[in-house]
Design a binder for this molecule. Structure first.
Ligand SMILES: Cc1cc2nc3c(=O)[nH]c(=O)nc-3n(C[C@H](O)[C@H](O)[C@H](O)COP(=O)(O)OP(=O)(O)OC[C@H]3O[C@@H](n4cnc5c(N)ncnc54)[C@H](O)[C@@H]3O)c2cc1C
Length: 390
């Protein structure tokens, strides 16, 4: 039997790297386990950029966590001497009744967040590179911008290691058991590891690792596309904000200025089901053409020649809110999953919350929205105590 740890963190991607860092910062003896390498491109936390914003259209309930996430991202950047965030501003566009516009405004007003509302003419005047329709409005939030996820994962891993966490890569967890006094984690090579607590941060593999949870998770393939801009200056981070546009009931298009890697754009939610172990990584000409056409319809100067594509995965809960908190039947196990295509910006605050759950302390935020026990399927109650994932 190997050494005993205060906490094992299963998965060291966007969330697990943050959990490892925050648990180690509390003085816990942490072991992090990851099946691939550091900041890899086979999960959900790669592709150069992620949007961060505070006026949250998904629900105003996220705003306190977002405020804390901003503080923690900036503290991590200062501590590790890395650039993790660029404040480009954010422009959220559609007819007034579309969820992206109405929801952004609701959060902004509820929490008195600084924002401006532009009609189509004002939008064109301020951001001449975008082409809103006459009946569309834009909500602009100056504090919005981009995060750099590979750098963020590395910074959290470095921070965790510096604070004494042991991090192992290229090791796959095959199952776990939780008893009254300990958790036992079994690696695919047969090694068994013991700890007081376990945090499951398995991203798209979450349902394979915690199959008895009862919240059905759907994994979706979503592709990020990079195009060489036709006018690089027009789509530079100094001029073009991050943006999201919702039109005609179609999937929302979102995108970024060119940070030197091309102008990235993608649709939010493809609806194509995927298995994380067999994800289709081939990107077809037809997919590229659809993305380019959508980008050309809102930022024509960005939609030049195709550069590359990066398939990625969403892990969706039915209500598209996260799963964060203690496992409903295993109090020694903390869960952080189901981030439903909008979780990365929260990584450091999720890390802080899950570390508090592992330590048995009050996480300082109401977590009802994310309760792992919500909407449990009836059959889940009959599952027994010991779980063998995968
Ligand atoms: C295309 C795309 C665009 C997005 N855009 C945004 C955005 O603009 N803003 C935003 O905030 N969010 C966005 N998101 C969502 C966000 O990126 C994810 O919610 C977040 O990165 C998920 O982090 P995670 O830690 O849950 O998953 P991951 O980062 O994938 O980490 C899970 C880790 O667990 C490991 N693992 C799993 N099973 C095992 C096992 N058995 N043994 C060992 N290791 C294991 C995996 O290898 C992986 O490294 C986007 C997501 C995608 C796909």
């Amino acid at each position: 039997m190997s050494a005993r740890y205060d906490a094992i963190v299963l998965g060291l991607g966007g969330m697990g790297s943050a959990v490892a860092a925050h648990a180690a910062a509390r003085g816990m003896r942490v072991l992090g386990l990851e099946q691939f390498g550091p900041a890899h491109a086979r999960g959900s936390s790669h592709g150069e950029t992620r949007i961060i914003r505070q006026a949250y259209f998904e629900s105003p309930e996220y705003v306190p966590l977002l405020r804390r996430a901003y503080e923690l991202w900036d503290a991590l950047a200062a501590r590790t001497g890395t650039v993790l965030r660029a404040q480009t501003g954010g422009l959220f566009v559609g007819r007034p009744e579309t969820p992206v516009v109405a929801g952004t405004l609701e959060s902004a007003r509820r929490w008195e967040l600084a924002h401006a509302v532009y009609d189509a003419a004002e939008m064109r005047a301020r951001f001449p590179m975008v082409t809103p329709r006459d009946d569309e409005i834009g909500v602009y939030e100056a504090i919005a911008g981009a995060l750099f996820p590979e750098a963020g994962v590395r910074a959290h891993l470095d921070d965790a290691a510096e604070r004494g966490a042991e991090l192992r890569f290229g090791v796959r967890v095959g199952g776990w058991d939780a008893g009254d006094g300990e958790v036992r984690v079994r690696l695919d090579d047969g090694t068994v590891l013991e700890a007081d607590r376990l945090a499951i941060c398995a991203g798209a593999w979450f349902a394979k690792v915690a199959p008895d949870l009862g919240i059905p998770l759907r994994v979706e393939r979503n592709v990020q596309f990079f195009f060489a801009p036709l006018d690089r200056d027009a789509v530079s981070p100094e001029r073009l904000p991050v943006y999201a546009v919702e039109r005609d009931g179609a999937r929302m298009l979102y995108g970024f200025p060119d940070f030197g890697v091309g102008a990235k754009a993608a649709h939010h939610g493809s609806g194509v089901a995927a298995d994380p172990d067999t994800l289709d990584r081939t990107v077809r000409d037809r997919e590229i053409a659809v993305a380019r056409e959508a980008l050309a319809s809102f930022v024509p100067a960005a939609a030049g020649p195709f550069l590359r594509a990066a398939p990625c995965m969403y892990t969706l809960t039915p209500d598209e809110h996260f799963v964060i908190g203690a496992h409903p039947r295993h109090p020694r196990v903390a869960l952080a999953g189901g981030f439903s295509g909008h979780g990365y910006k929260f990584a450091p605050v999720v890390g802080e919350i899950v570390a508090a759950v592992l330590a048995g302390e009050d996480p300082g935020f109401g977590l009802d929205l994310f309760s792992p026990g919500r909407a449990r399927a009836a059959h889940a109650c009959s599952l027994n105590f010991s779980v063998q994932g995968n």
